[in-house]
Design a protein around this ligand. Sequence first.
Ligand code: MGP
Length: 192
Amino acid sequence: MASNSENLKAVEMNTTALTNDYYHPLEYQWNLWVFTNDKEIWEDNLVCAADFGTVEDFWSIINHIKMPSEMKSGQDYLIFKKHIQPIWEHPANKNGGRWIINVEKNLSRLDEVWLLVLLLMIGENLPHGDIICGAVVNIRSKCKIGLWLSDGSNHKKLKEIGKFLKDNIIKSHKIGKINFHLHMRNVNMFTI
Ligand code: MGP
């Protein structure tokens, strides 16, 4: 008969095996930020609400928070790589910009497109994952989803990412055109 310490060791080994098999690590660690629009100073509205680095933790967060279509106007979700703050001023963002997808709020399409963008982003399915900083959904009368990129000068990479979004999300959801804006000059640089 096995001793108590042997039994304990066997349980510990099984637990480790189970834990390692159960969790699927993502390439990057991510933070979920929530923007609430209650305070006068813009940055004071940003709260880091959760972090995740595995597929299972991502879904447990998504399953416990409101989807964008249920949020109040003025609010945002921002999901960014853990070392990047979701503001233009952060070094990873200051020379970058974003692809902007305009989506109507009252449609389940907003939730679907947001989820698809997130899955492509955290799953490293988008091209040039190294220049992807994060994604933002702005709940407004005209809702927007933005994919933030760190390098606004590499037009080839920017366009390849935009084309991927267009081919894999935009066409199937009948959204129309998407636009690329640099953060430092909020003007349209490309439309596809
Ligand atoms: P917004 O919330 O990104 O978009 O920016 P919205 O509300 O759709 O408005 P629009 O300007 O795109 O039409 C709204 C305002 O919030 C900006 O004009 C800034 O004053 C402020 N703001 C937004 N962001 C993302 C930042 C940021 O990163 N840094 C600072 N300092 N202010 C920001």
